[in-house]
Write a protein that binds this ligand. Structure first.
Ligand SMILES: [Zn+2]
Length: 235
């Protein structure tokens, strides 16, 4: 509803009413779910380009407010300095401000939010989501894909099976030694997946119940997944 509050000029209101009455999408307020490593960021970029709506990451919002030294940012900073989680109320406050901005009038795509039932409930009080895009992947394939990644200091990336360097452990581009990011180690990946599953499963049930969540098979090429998602959202 936040976008409607901004549209005080009569013609725009009428246009929206008309669009809705034609059952054509008036706004596109989307949340994107998918485990770490499922290519969520890439899919979000496609959606942003196709529908010209901004991607909103609560992590980015938080960092921006802290940098700008706003009141919300200062409060958030106190929690972050203590190594504590920033309370939902602060995150929701930032989100509420953000979605009032003009570029959100046709919708937005939320990345990394909500992550809990209480966040979903708080979100419901400031905006009604239109769609939840849920990318579902086979976890063992995902683990293989992530744990096989190798990086070089020069920025080149490889994969031991999918995109191996010519010489094992050595960068094709600069001859440097390849390494595995800590985030890509099996134990870390399994743990992040476990956390994701336990956080997301209740939300998946919640939004399925509301009838706005749609599963997308993430065990396909990036192009196949995105054309599926974009055509669904275009309907
Ligand atoms: Zn290199």
């Amino acid at each position: 509803m936040a976008s409607l509050f901004l549209c005080t000029d009569q013609p725009h209101d009428l246009a929206i009413t008309f669009l809705n009455s034609q059952n054509i999408r008036g706004t596109m307020k989307i949340a994107l779910f998918g485990p770490p490593g499922a290519g969520k960021g890439t899919q979000a970029r496609y959606i942003v380009e196709k529908f010209n709506i901004p991607q909103i990451s609560t992590g980015d919002l938080l960092r921006a407010q802290v940098r700008a030294g706003t009141d919300l940012g200062k409060t958030a900073r106190e929690y972050m300095d203590k190594g504590a989680l920033v309370p939902d109320g602060i995150v929701i406050g930032m989100l509420e401000e953000r979605i009032k901005e003009d570029d959100c009038k046709d919708g937005f795509i939320l990345d990394g939010f909500p992550r809990s039932i209480s966040q979903a409930e708080a979100l419901k009080d400031i905006v009604t989501l239109d769609e939840v895009v849920n990318i579902v992947v086979d976890e063992s394939a995902l683990v293989r894909r992530i744990t096989g990644r190798r990086m070089c200091k020069c920025g080149a990336t490889f994969h031991i099976d999918l995109n191996p360097p010519k010489k094992e452990g050595t960068c094709d581009q600069c001859g440097g030694s390849l390494y595995q990011r800590d985030d890509d180690r099996e134990e870390t990946v399994l743990n992040r997946l476990k956390v994701y599953r336990s956080q997301t499963q209740p939300l998946v049930e919640l939004y399925k119940g509301v009838g706005i969540l749609k599963d997308f098979d993430g065990n396909r090429s990036i192009d196949e997944i995105s054309s599926d998602i974009l055509s669904y959202l275009s309907k």
